[in-house]
Design a protein around this ligand. Structure first.
Ligand code: THU
Length: 135
């Protein structure tokens, strides 16, 4: 069982470091890694709006910086500590690093990545295409 309150608290702590002067919408993300580590990140915006980084980007960077591994549970929160759904792009990031069984805390409760990103594109699709069209 995931300790969701602890993971949500880690996300809220990360959110406090958000740099969101343009949207004024701070976000924090926290993930439990298969080995028990907790990784986290916050959104970091930019005057060139389109290159801003979502909180999940920072969390995934933290995952790799601290040794890699697989995400087994993730939660994102907004400025009041409330649970947020990851944006579409970030669901793809979570898929890459957690796969279909990674748990996500959502405003509707715990769901799997397979439920929030059905028919996801992933590494197997690249492998399948390579097999169909050998070099
Ligand atoms: N944001 C995230 O950090 N993660 C999400 O999944 C949704 C959106 C950020 C991006 C931007 O800095 C702000 O929230 C408003 O969209």
């Amino acid at each position: 069982m995931t300790d969701w309150p602890a993971l949500q608290a880690a996300a809220a702590a990360a959110m406090e470091h958000a740099y969101a002067p343009y949207s004024r919408f701070p976000v924090g993300a926290a993930g439990l890694v298969h080995d028990g580590r907790v990784v986290s990140g916050c959104n970091v915006e930019n005057a060139s709006y389109g290159v801003g980084l979502c909180a999940e980007c920072g969390m995934v960077s933290d995952l790799h910086r601290t040794g890699g591994g697989r995400l087994v549970a993730v939660v994102c929160v907004g400025g009041n500590g409330e649970v947020l759904m990851p944006c579409g792009r970030c669901r793809q990031l979570l898929w890459e690093n957690g796969g279909p069984v990674c748990a996500l805390l959502t405003p509707e409760g715990e769901l799997t990545m397979a439920q929030v990103l059905p028919q996801a594109f992933g590494a197997e699709d690249l492998d399948a295409a390579a097999a169909r069209h050998p070099a």
